[in-house]
Design a protein around this ligand. Sequence first.
Ligand SMILES: Nc1ncnc2c1ncn2[C@@H]1O[C@H](COP(=O)(O)OP(=O)(O)OP(=O)(O)O)[C@@H](O)[C@H]1O
Length: 215
Amino acid sequence: MTEAVLAARDLTFAYQRQPRPVIVDFDHDVLRGSTTALTGPSGRGKSTLLYLLGLMVRPSSGRVLVAGHGASDLSDAQRARVRAHHFGFVFQDAALDPTRSVLDNVTEPAIYGEMDRVDAVARAAALMSRFDVDLPPGHRPGQVSGGQAARLALCRALLLAPPIVLADEPTGNLDDAAATVVMNGLLEHAAEGGTVVIATHDTRVVARCDVVVTL
Ligand SMILES: Nc1ncnc2c1ncn2[C@@H]1O[C@H](COP(=O)(O)OP(=O)(O)OP(=O)(O)O)[C@@H](O)[C@H]1O
């Protein structure tokens, strides 16, 4: 049987001071090597669900299991460790730190993931070359295009070759060519044995995922 690398059990989540929960009794198994699109209309909770699965917010009730182990009820420090070892994130609108160079943005997960600086820089250079964003390392995010920022965010997410990549609207505002590069990168990660979950309303992305979850 194919193993669930990530699972939601009776997951319910309400933002503080909000009358209604955004996610209610959500159950799902994400299988190793799969690509999953979380889709649905704006405001249905795609991003929220992605952050729950990525252990960035705690569920109001229910659990998230990572590699078969309950993870959402761990302490903040323990969840941070699980995040560092299991997940890579592509945040909405790339979310690069404008105060740091593009290289330091891409190598940032190494700080949490126990990869030394020399290896991190080499791996970053290889990824930046593969995705055709081998910019001068001192460049700042303010000096790059939206498509380049999206590819740099992908490089950052893949830096530690994480078992699971979670991506929040990774192709938002990208033209077809740039969206294809980013999507190909995510699909290649899955083809290499990684697992990919994407919150998106981009039909170009949904069409290329193995599993579609509509919220
Ligand atoms: N920090 C917050 N506090 C209170 N409510 C929030 C917060 N963040 C999101 N929400 C609400 O939760 C609901 C789900 O938001 P979420 O961003 O997860 O949806 P989404 O499906 O990803 O939307 P979109 O496609 O527009 O990005 C929305 O009604 C939103 O207004």
